[in-house]
Design a protein around this ligand. Structure first.
Ligand code: CIR
Length: 275
């Protein structure tokens, strides 16, 4: 069960986001981006008892991607030092929002623990008592070590290196969690390599649902019987409906996030979920 979710409004400056997508070929429709984000927040509010909605910050076009700004495990939150310098000052209001969550007893700043550490929450996937941390262009070894220290008695931190030198932005661009023993992953070679490393390092033989495209490999599970998936990826959607709804009884809601995808954003990135 998710007790709290934190999200953040999408700013008017969103079109100036950091992205690998060539926006000169496919510009962001800011009105549509707002509509899509509003729809996402509406679904969050329908499925999570307490949603804290932080105001947008026009100085930070990527501020709606709150997932990157912190990592929460049990009673402890680490406020990250984000891997892209243009995003590092997004953290203040999100840290304030975390202070409103009664179950959070410790809130620590990564920068205070190691000033060379960088980490984006999109590289972190908590599955039961394993926290997988993918090294990437945004997340370095020092960042992973800070989490290891901060969460030492709360979970096992497993550092994943498969994507370290790849063009994939974040670990969760290729794999996300359904529940304690089930993952969704992209079936491309990078996705398969990632799953192999996750299984080998954790010793857990997860059941993995493979989908052919990377964008829909990022699903947002809101509790044990509901998940948000991406619209407009019919083959992946067919597999997810079959595997999640028909076989496991998980209700799905498909959202069109086309404008957020242009900003390299997916579904998990627009919220921080706290059990
Ligand atoms: C960035 O490049 O940082 C943003 N434009 C996208 C961040 C997406 N975050 C995520 O998937 N966790």
């Amino acid at each position: 069960m998710i007790s709290y979710a934190i999200c953040r409004d999408l700013p008017q400056s969103f079109s100036n986001c950091v992205t690998a997508v060539d926006l000169s070929q496919s510009a962001i429709d800011i009105t549509l981006a707002h509509q899509q984000h509003d729809e996402y927040v509406k679904v969050l509010k329908e499925h999570v008892a307490n949603v804290i909605q932080v105001s947008a910050d026009e100085a930070h076009p990527d501020c709606c991607f709150v997932e990157d700004t912190c990592v929460v495990v049990k009673d402890t939150a680490v406020i990250n030092q984000l891997g892209h310098v243009s995003r590092q000052k997004e953290i203040g209001p999100n840290a304030e929002a975390l202070k409103q969550v009664p179950t959070l007893k410790n809130i620590v700043y990564m920068k205070d623990m190691d000033e060379k550490a960088t980490l984006d929450g999109g590289d972190c996937m908590l599955v039961d008592d394993h926290l997988y941390v993918g090294l990437s262009a945004r997340t370095n070894e020092q960042g992973a070590k800070v989490l290891e220290k901060a969460f030492s008695s709360r979970c096992k931190v497993v550092t994943i290196t498969a994507l370290k030198d790849s063009p994939t932005l974040h670990l969760k661009c290729l794999v996300t969690q359904v529940n304690a023993d089930t993952l969704v992953a992209c079936s491309n070679p990078a996705g398969k390599e990632l799953i192999q490393e996750i299984k080998q390092k954790s010793g857990v033989d997860y059941s993995v649902i493979f989908v052919p495209e990377s964008v829909p490999a990022n699903i947002l599970a809101l509790g044990s019987d509901f998940a948000v998936i991406q619209k407009n990826f019919p083959e992946s959607e067919r597999i997810l409906v079959e595997e999640l709804t028909e076989k496991r009884g998980i209700q799905l809601k498909a959202l069109d996030m086309s404008e957020l995808i242009k900003a390299d954003g997916a579904l998990t990135c627009c919220s921080v979920l706290i059990p």
